[in-house]
Design a binder for this molecule. Sequence first.
Ligand SMILES: Cc1ncc(COP(=O)(O)O)c(C=O)c1O
Length: 384
Amino acid sequence: MSVRCYLDNAATSWPKPDCVLAAMDRYHREFGVAAGRGATRAASEVDATIARCRLRAARLFNAESSDRILFTFNGTDSLNVAIHGCLQPGDHVVASALEHNSVLRPLSELRRRIGIETTFIEPEANGRVEPTKFREALRPNTKLIALLHASNVTGVIQPIDEVGAMARQAGALMLVDAAQSAGHLPIDVRNSPIDLLACPGHKGLLGSLGTGLLYLRPGVEQHVASFRQGGTGSLSEDDHQPERLPDKYESGNHNAPGLFGLDAALAWLEQHPAADRRRHELELRRQLIDALHDSQTVRLFAADLPNEFVVGVLSLTVAGFDPQEMVAILDHDFQIQVRAGLHCAPGAHRHLDTLADGGTIRISFGATTTTHDVDRLVAALRKF
Ligand SMILES: Cc1ncc(COP(=O)(O)O)c(C=O)c1O
């Protein structure tokens, strides 16, 4: 049996660097204690590792200080902390129609439960949203603009800076879903109009499943209530949730093994220039497009955009095959692992007109994907 060809890094990255596995293993073998809850040497070392992880994340995004970085359990959790925390009855939200269900569903829930209002902006033909349409959608009660940084279906990068500038002018908060950009694109929160940045730790940041991050611009915490309350290991005599960061938003035990892994992953990223990784992923995307652009059966989406507008994600369909069926064949017959379906982003498929046909097959590249992996996928697809 040939070696596994993993091309589903947009779902979660694989393989993780060895240092990530070693750090998680070390946590379990040598420490195994709760963070922020004890005075033992083991507990202090766990606390120190988690503090270092926070610092590395703050450095990666150029955050003002490490306490502006909150740990969550995945990208969805980060988005829920932000969305549920900042919206009140009667607030209006503008978001793109391309958002992931981790934005769409909290908004839908709040629309139903507390009566928020929502406006969704459809993308242009090239898959990018037009910033002026966000401006036109603003209302006096617009509290939040939410925009994903890069589409998890097509890889198309969205104009977050232009839209963020409009949010700022209008006095609304700007929430960026960086699930497909963190670790792939440079993000500088101090020099971008981003108020809240949400991302998983387990995709481009190369940490384990069960980790996520949320950045809050200074002062934004005054507009974002805590989403869950509980033990923080601090101010325990008080039955109110502490106001200080990050405790306000981090109740209950941390995913300490996951954060050991994330700390090692962020250290790995520091050693491997982001520009090199991005170039590598875009070369692989281009290799796939060049190899398949003349195919009579394979249809590629968002394949014509220049590199500056995409990340290493590409959607395609194969004529005569349901995406799920083709993905099962690729896995079973070729040991190639990709993802089929709507990718939790129905609006992206309405835009591509792939909703009724079961979505697309998504190919997503990572730091260790090789040109040989792409050759294998191309050879397999050419058989149909
Ligand atoms: C654009 C986008 N947003 C949010 C998420 C949710 O992230 P998580 O799977 O870590 O909850 C994903 C995951 O696929 C995503 O692609």
